[in-house]
Design a protein around this ligand. Structure first.
Ligand code: ARG
Length: 596
């Protein structure tokens, strides 16, 4: 077992020995923020003390008295308000690296408690282009799914496509009255968007383009669709099919796969019974002819998503589940979706990846669900993993020069084109096809990494030069570090088969070697923390630091020219670094190339 897992396990046992009723699953070990204090750190004892109103330092001392980690660590130190600091014993580093070379692990362990996790992400809307808001959901969601899978969880990915709703009334009118077939064949979503916009402008009473007859026609087409009119159903299916082709093209480029794409319409048949059930249980009630969920007063107002503060007063902020005209909405569908997922996959967690503007929706959804199924509140964790916007250089949400939403497909095209210029400047001699292949990996990697690197809850400014830079915290920099290691192997004519079979011990003599080795050991801890908090940016930061440690090592420690035992040990460090880089990038959905 990996040292950090051993330490964590022993720490949990010691905590349980001192506090027999404590839930020790949250007793975790993290990388020490400053190597001065050690390799690993735990803040968990302070949290346990706080919950029980105990003196944290005293509790820490009691736990440490029961804790034996001497096979791996120097004596444990209690610091500050009750942090525990662990420093690995010198031999442990080398032994752990050696085990990694033998293929026993790559510094992370799969979980001992596999869970089924549903990841709901991307979820674009039919007949609308995927825009940069969907890019973050797609990229973040995909990397979370990859991460959970790597850690041994059972992952179900489900694309909750927006394929139902009032927009179809307008689209049907547009299709029947103004469709340009040739345009539809060229770019279906663009044409669907055009007709949608044209009709939508006529259905908005606030606009000068308003047209009562069109508005009524759209309403009538929608009702016909909802009542199962065969012609409208066929057109609606065609619009979904055409959109799906374009979505799939993007997913193909991004290397994103879904296990399921059950759109919103999949749940239509469940909605009436669902509303009836919530009404019967008194969770929803009638208000002005509509059906809504109101606060049950169980939460303090500040934490109650069904209350809102207006003019210093708490007022009702209900969640609508059936409109006055009998129609259902986004929330109703999402409740039915939870029910379906629970029945079908029995998950222990459902993770939703959307932008931050949907926070209230999900708070209300989760609260309604807990009232509906109180028995599942503990066993099923619902998480809204939200993110901020992508901004242009002007600090406003990213738009094209003409002020339109940036389409994801165009963004990816531009990324590849710009990467091609960069690659061609560096490797003019390579055949064009090879340069294109490298540019694809670099361009897509740059876009993905730019999206994953910032704290997901903050907005970030999108800048081409910054994200494509070969030096800086970028994907190309990490891909370059990987390629550089491969070129060391090529130069030294080291066959792949020779790597991973260390003849001697791993020697960690210089400060650069030790720093690199210690950082390699942190990979698993960082993966655990990223999964725990749904923050792939931890992995980005880790990989960037890894590449930087590697650079310092490589500048200060000759590898190919070192004497044989040292050379083997240093080549082993190179190999492990390359493997962790490739694995880490793969979790982020980013590919590597052997040569760039
Ligand atoms: N289609 C929605 C949108 O584009 C996102 C759906 C997210 N998933 C969910 N279960 N509500 O904003």
């Amino acid at each position: 077992m990996l040292p950090h897992k051993q330490i964590e396990l022993r720490l949990q046992q010691a905590a349980r020995a001192v506090l027999p009723d404590a839930d020790v699953t949250a007793v975790l070990v993290r990388p020490c923020p400053d190597p001065k204090f050690g390799d690993y750190q735990s803040a968990a004892i302070m949290a346990l003390a706080k919950a029980r109103k105990l003196n944290p330092r005293q509790l820490a001392a009691d736990v440490v008295a029961r804790l034996d980690v001497s096979p791996w660590c120097e004596p444990v130190e209690i610091a500050g308000a009750g942090f525990l600091n662990f420093r690995l014993r010198p031999g442990v580093l080398g032994e752990t690296l050696h085990a990694a070379l033998r293929g026993e692990h790559l510094f992370f362990a799969t979980t001992t408690q596999p869970r089924t996790v549903v990841v709901d992400f991307s979820s674009p809307n039919v007949a609308k282009p995927m825009h940069v808001g969907h890019i973050r959901s797609t990229i973040l969601g995909d990397s979370l799914a990859r991460l959970f899978r790597l850690l041994g969880h059972r992952v179900v990915t489900d694309n909750h496509i927006g394929d139902w709703g009032t927009q179809f009334g307008m689209l049907l009118v547009g299709w029947k009255t103004m469709l340009d077939r040739a345009a539809l064949d060229r770019d279906a979503i663009a044409e669907l968007e055009r007709i949608y916009r044209a009709i939508n402008a006529q259905c908005d009473p606030a606009k000068p383009t308003y047209n009562l007859a069109t508005h009524e026609a759209a309403r009538a087409e929608l009702v016909k669709l909802q009542q199962g009119d065969p012609e409208n159903l066929a057109l609606w299916r065609e619009m979904i099919r055409l959109s799906q082709i374009q979505f799939d093209a993007i997913y193909g480029r991004l290397g994103v796969k879904f296990d399921h794409a059950l759109g919103e319409s999949f749940y239509n048949l469940r909605l009436p019974a669902l509303v009836a059930e919530l009404m019967a249980q008194g969770i929803a009630r009638e208000s002005d002819g509509a059906k809504c969920v109101f606060s049950d007063g169980a939460l303090p107002p500040r934490e109650d998503p069904f209350l809102i503060q207006r003019d210093g007063e708490w007022q009702a902020n209900p969640q609508l589940i059936q409109k006055r005209d009998g129609g259902y909405n986004y929330a109703t569908t999402d409740l039915a979706t939870i029910a379906h997922r629970l029945e079908t996959w029995q998950p222990q967690a459902i993770v939703y990846v959307t932008d931050g503007r949907q926070q209230l929706h999900f708070q209300q959804l989760f609260a309604t669900f807990r009232r509906w199924h109180p028995e599942l509140t503990g066993p099923v964790k619902l998480a809204h993993v939200w993110f901020g916007s992508i901004l242009g250089d002007d600090g406003k949400p990213l738009k094209t020069r003409s002020g339109e939403n940036v389409k994801l497909a165009d963004l990816l095209d531009e990324a590849e084109a710009r990467a091609f210029t960069v690659v061609s400047e560096k490797n003019a001699a390579l055949p064009e096809a090879e340069r294109r292949a490298i540019a694809r990996v670099i361009g897509l990697g740059a876009v993905k990494y730019a999206d994953l690197l910032p704290n997901r809850q903050s907005d970030y400014v999108f800048n081409w030069d910054k994200i494509l830079a070969l030096n800086g915290n970028t994907a190309p920099y990490l891909q370059y570090a990987y390629a550089r290691i491969q070129s060391i192997f090529r130069k030294g004519e080291i066959p792949k088969s020779a790597l991973g079979q260390p003849s001697g011990e791993i020697r960690l003599a210089t400060p650069e070697e030790i720093a690199l080795a210690r950082h390699l050991l942190n990979f698993g801890l960082v993966l655990d923390a990223a999964a725990e908090e749904y923050r792939p940016n931890y992995i980005c930061t880790y990989l960037f630091e890894l590449a930087s440690h590697f650079s310092r090592f490589f500048e200060n420690c000759p590898v190919l020219k070192a004497e044989p035992a040292e050379r083997a040990s240093r080549l082993a460090l190179c190999d492990l670094t390359a493997r962790v880089l490739a694995h880490g990038l793969d979790v982020l959905g980013i590919e590597t190339v052997p040569n760039m």
